[in-house]
Structure formats: C-alpha cells, structure tokens
Design a protein around this ligand. Sequence first.
Ligand code: CP
Length: 322
Amino acid sequence: MSADLAAPEKKPIVWTRRHLLGLEELSRAELEALLDTAEQFVEVSQRRRKKRSDLKGKVVVNLFFEPSTRTRTSFSLAAKRLSADTLDFTSGGSSISKGETFIDTAKNIEAMGIDIMVVRHSVPGAPHLLAQHLGCGVINAGDGAHEHPTQGLLDIFTIRRIKGRIEGLTVALVGDIAHSRVARSNIHGLLKLGAHVIVCGPSTLVPQTFTQLGVEVAHHLDEILPRCDVVNVLRIQFERQRSGLFPSIHEYARLFGMDSTRLHRARPDVLLLAPGPINRGVEVTPEVADGPHSAILQQVTNGLAIRMAALYLLCGQPAEQP
Ligand code: CP
C-alpha cells in the first residue's frame, strides 16, 4: 500500500506498512511521514467543517483491554473525522469472561469486516501477535511497558510544533522510565530525529542499562534541568510497580516533582510535557501543570492529528482535495 498525501514542503510521502506497532522499527523518513501528514490534519481540525471522507466505507475498532481516557477517545474521534465507521470493544462484559481467548476474540471481531484494529493490552507484544494472526491493520495503543507509538509521536509532534525542530534539542524524560511504554516510544523516536535524550529518576526506576539505547542516564533532576529544552514528566505507574521502589510519594515529589521552585532553575523557554494521566502533586504540581510552560492539553489536541495521520496512512487512501 502507498499513500501520497503531499507534505507541507510538497515532498511526496510514501508509506508501505500495514501496521503501526512501535517507533523502534520505523525509519526517520517514516517518522517524518507521520509527523508531516499530521501537520496537514491539524488544519482540518481547525475548520468549521471538521470532516474528510478519506476512510469512508472503512471500519476501525478500538480493542482495549486496559483503561484509557485520551487514547481511546482520540482514536474514535480521529476515525470519525475521516468518515470511518467505528466500534468500541471493552473486555468487561465481553465473552472473554466465558473463556474465549484473546486471539479468538480478535478474529471474531475481524470477521465483521474490520480494516484497522487499535489494540491496548497489558501484555507486551499483544498487538504484534494480532498482527501475525489477522488480515487487518493493527495499531498498538499501548502494550504493557513496551511501546505506545502514537503517544511518542504526539509528544514529538508537540515539541516540533512549539520548538520548530527536534534535531539538536535536549529532551529529559523524568520519572518511572522502567515501567513506561511512553518512555520507550519517545526514546526511539527522538533519537532517530536527532535529539539528545536524558532519562532521569531514582535508580530503582531508571536502570543504568538504558544507556544501551543511546540515552544519558541521570538521577539528579536539579543537575540536568538547566540543560533541558524539554522536560516530559511521566506518571508514576503504581499499577505496574512492585512496592518499595522509592521511600515515599512525598520523597519522590521532593526530588523529581516539577514545582515552581524547580521550574525557576530551568531555561526560561523550557517546554513541559506530560503524557497523562497525571498524578497532581506527585510528578507535577497543579500550578506548573496549568502554567505557561505546560503543553499538556496541546498534546491531547495534537494526538488527534497524529491518530488521523496513522489511520490515513495505514488505510492507504489518496488525499481528498481540500
Ligand atoms: N496517555 C495515555 O495513553 O492516556 P490514556 O491512558 O488515558 O489513554
């Protein structure tokens, strides 16, 4: 499949993948294709008539085995904005409770004529398994602590829109790196696009082995803060953690939480991101989360354009003339 939506600078975008499973396997050109396509969809969402017909007749299903606010609604709205039919599956209330397997469930849903399956699951590799067993396109909407490619893309897209570039920037990912699929997707995408990436947090949440991915590992936020163009604060994932990885929430917030005092030590134009959901008062205080450096809600807005771009490219549709 290929799609030839013109990028803003009119270079043709060629896309051949049937699935979007992670940023690790994407080339720089493919990352740029997604970002450049999303740039055009930002404009669509600002129009009075926010609808295109690119995916008319296609069916997109959200298959979520974990809770979600942003990703699920964003994919639903993105699909509707491109005129696809949408279905929402949640494991609660389904025949999974009668013993039906994950693959059988997905195959039965696919048998209704699905074009794209958007999958979130607590087990790393679950979307990859479906990609091997199904004929439709599969998008990873978060698989355990492995990857969350559209979140990584929307974080990178937000940085690029505000800073004008990725190449040469220093981006800190702060917090629970060990349990974070968002961190992995950000690391793969940012490094390919030429950023310097620092992962920072307590040594129990930021193992030294992350240097093997090509990032800098740090354990003192105040030391690295003056070097950072962007600080992306990741949620402490209480649901994925063994207990005892840091002494207390209060201690974590004191050493790694972004508050007003810490913000004053950062560059005047530092950009603050958080993938959400946020634990207010833990990773970030309310006045910083809602303050002028924060692009947290812009990330959500940009997520819509990224998901429209992903659906558009995977469906291989030619562009509708504006
Ligand atoms: N950032 C993110 O994935 O949010 P949700 O869990 O609400 O989808």
